[in-house]
Write a protein that binds this ligand. Structure first.
Ligand code: PEP
Length: 246
């Protein structure tokens, strides 16, 4: 089975119009690619970024959506709005949303359905806390999150899974290669479809990307801090391209 690898950048709550130049640089550096390249900026930048990356390999995604299609939900954003602004993907269940907004896996599953209904591919994030890893609960936690966050109907076309250990996000710490390999093998075995892409996320940077992409069942990365600068993100994309023949 051929899996098209994916380098996804999550800008989180960073970026105003002056940062569009980074997307412009990234698009210029990647008119085409053997992997998929994705930027998920704040929703406020999506429409203008869509004009900038048009015709390049760079695709766009949102960072969250509401489970409902529309209505009285002040401050929230519907999946259709993201699609309308130029997104093809949406990150759901990021640990920062699970922690900051109390999102449960059931909430995430409802959002995934909403994303699919609007034609978005859902990038569903899973990951253990440091206490859970120390207690040897990692695979149990990941298994439960996987089972509860993915609705029936998840497949390689509509869903990407991102393994993001909570303790590795934004900390500069990464799991050992064996730890990543163990979780990704588990995800490959339990994913709803053999072709579902499995991303690793958590302190990926230009220096560690190649060794992470060499791990079995790692089909790309979800990258936070190192996706903010085109010069850094492009080195991660190049490492993924090198790991991905054709
Ligand atoms: C993330 O936000 O999903 C992430 C992995 O962040 P960082 O790369 O900064 O650790």
């Amino acid at each position: 089975m051929t899996i098209t690898k994916l380098a996804a950048g999550n800008w989180k709550m960073n970026g105003t119009s002056k940062h569009l130049s980074e997307a412009k640089t990234l698009a210029a550096m990647h008119p085409a690619s053997s992997v998929e390249v994705l930027l998920c900026p704040p929703a406020t930048l999506l429409a203008s970024m869509a004009r900038i990356v048009l015709g390049s390999a760079v695709q766009l995604g949102g960072q969250d959506c509401h489970a409902k299609a529309k209505g009285a939900h002040t401050g929230d954003i519907a999946a259709e709005m993201l699609f309308d602004a130029g997104a093809g993907y949406v990150i759901l269940g990021h640990s920062e949303r699970r922690a900051d907004h109390g999102e449960t896996s059931a909430d995430v599953a409802a959002k995934v359905e909403a994303a699919w209904d609007s034609g978005l591919v859902a990038i569903v994030c899973l990951g253990e806390t440091e206490a859970q890893r120390d207690a040897d609960e990692t695979l149990a936690v990941i298994g439960a999150q996987l089972a509860q966050s993915l609705p029936a109907g998840a497949n390689a076309e509509n869903t990407v899974i991102a393994y993001e250990p909570v303790w590795a996000i934004g900390t500069g710490r990464t799991p050992s290669e064996a730890q990543i390999a163990e979780v990704h093998a588990f995800l490959r075995e339990h994913a709803p479809d053999a072709g579902v892409r499995l991303l690793y996320g958590g302190s990926v940077n230009p220096d560690n990307a190649a060794s992470i992409f060499a791990i079995a069942n790692v089909d790309g990365a979800l990258v936070g801090g190192a996706s903010l600068k085109a010069a850094d993100f492009t080195r991660i994309i190049s490492a993924l391209e090198s790991s991905s023949p054709g």
